[in-house]
Design a binder for this molecule. Structure first.
Ligand SMILES: Nc1nc2c(ncn2[C@@H]2O[C@H](COP(=O)(O)OP(=O)(O)OP(=O)(O)O)[C@@H](O)[C@H]2O)c(=O)[nH]1
Ligand SMILES: [Mg+2]
Length: 388
């Protein structure tokens, strides 16, 4: 080990041999590189069961027919949800670091790029977005930086199937994601449950009932945070090496679903039917502010209400001129009634004009202090309401 002030201890092996000269800038960069480009051949693909390879190639072929030559997948979820393990399972490689006993929140966003037969697959693994149960703004920023100017075709939002409810921490995470990325991020999301094997259901509860329950809880939390979840697909994942396999060697969940193909299928279906997500902080801020959403509708609704009231008043008045509970009036009575109604209205109008000019006179004099004070108090009240 070599100690370099400002950098710390560096293993000699990482310096590539002392004879090659010490490039300290490069050594520092190697230690802190936030986003190593993980571009390489997709070795793990050739080691997948043949039937999985064929299915994935068919799915990528469907995207290519739709003129899409790249697929970018972003993985989000709380610490320990199984994000990195899922990246490794989907790529069938050890691309992301998995820590068995602790959450490593210091690890940056990990970016993997694979190029199977000319198609480009990008997978972005993220650290937990929570720090001690509180949404970590810095990590949200780090993810935003990594996906800047990128089209995200699908987000996999991961949670654990062996948990039984959406707790306050999960709700805070969902709210944080919605606030930071905007509610539209959920339009590009597939909900995924890791530990998707049958033993993850609580004792005595049917497995499928448990899955439906977990799915509905999470979707409710997404809707409560301002997102949409009606069409959101849901997939089960089992990253454990003990995951059962079918006769073709594919890992299966819920009886006989080869889950890797299933996840890719749901991703591709989503991509073919929706627009990719692009992070724009301004748009996200606007979308997630409930006060600014649909504000433009307020004057239209008010105008419609006033118009409807005016029409209804007119219809009711005219109805009273045309008849009563004993039946319709003759033409002469209708004319007389309408004339009476017109005179009544003119009279009312004159009276209200007189009243308002009289009240202006009183406040101009300043002779009635109480009246002036009450008006001031009313004004203050109006102002507070406006500010709200
Ligand atoms: N049995 C089982 N264990 C899993 C599964 N997915 C992940 N694990 C285990 O859960 C632990 C955490 O998994 P990770 O993949 O590191 O989780 P993560 O979401 O990346 O966690 P952070 O990076 O800390 O946010 C590891 O011990 C994994 O082996 C799964 O589907 N089944
Ligand atoms: Mg991880």
């Amino acid at each position: 080990m070599l100690y370099i002030p400002g950098i710390g201890y560096i293993p000699l092996s990482s310096l590539g041999g002392l004879g090659q000269g010490l490039n300290l800038g490069a050594a520092r960069q190697a230690q802190t590189a936030p986003n190593p480009e993980g571009e390489k051949e997709w070795q793990g693909f050739t080691e997948m069961p043949k039937i999985t390879q064929d299915s994935i190639m068919d799915l990528f072929g469907a995207l290519e027919e739709d003129e899409k030559k790249e697929l970018t997948i972003l993985i989000l979820g709380k610490g320990g949800a199984g994000k990195s393990s899922t990246v490794n399972s989907l790529l069938n490689e050890k691309a992301a670091t998995v820590l068995p006993f602790q959450q490593d929140n210091t690890r940056p966003v990990t970016y993997s790029r694979r190029t199977p037969s000319g198609f480009v697959l990008h997978v972005i693994d993220t650290p937990s977005l929570l720090d001690q149960d509180v949404v970590a703004e810095g990590r949200l920023e780090a993810v935003a930086k990594c996906i800047k100017d990128k089209e995200i075709d699908a987000v996999l939002f991961l949670d654990r199937l062996d948990e039984y409810s959406v707790g306050a921490v999960d709700a805070a995470l969902i709210k944080g994601v919605t606030r930071f990325f905007g509610p539209s991020i959920w339009d590009t999301t597939v909900l995924c449950f890791s530990r998707g094997n049958e033993s993850s259901a609580p004792p005595g509860i049917d497995f499928y009932e448990h899955v439906a329950q977990r799915e509905s809880q999470l979707k409710k939390a997404i809707v409560a945070a301002g997102g949409k979840s009606a069409d959101m697909a849901c997939a089960l994942i089992e990253n454990s090496s003990r995951c059962p396999t079918n006769v073709d060697g594919e890992k299966v969940v819920s009886g006989d679903t080869p889950w890797i193909t299933d996840v890719f299928e749901k991703i591709v279906e989503l991509v073919l039917n929706s627009f990719p997500y692009e992070h724009n902080p301004e748009v996200a801020k606007k979308q997630s502010n409930p006060n600014s959403r649909r504000k433009w509708l307020i004057p239209l609704v008010l105008a419609a209400q006033i118009g409807a009231k005016f029409l209804l008043d007119k219809l009711l008045d005219d109805d009273g001129c045309r008849g009563d509970e004993n039946g319709p009036f003759d033409a002469q009575t209708v004319r007389e009634r309408r004339q009476e109604l017109k005179e009544d209205k003119e009279d009312q109008h004159r009276r209200s004009q007189k009243k308002s000019s009289a009240s202006i006179k009183v406040s101009d004099d300043g002779s009635d202090d109480n009246l002036g004070l009450a008006a001031d108090e009313d004004d203050d009240w109006d102002l507070e309401e406006d500010e709200e």
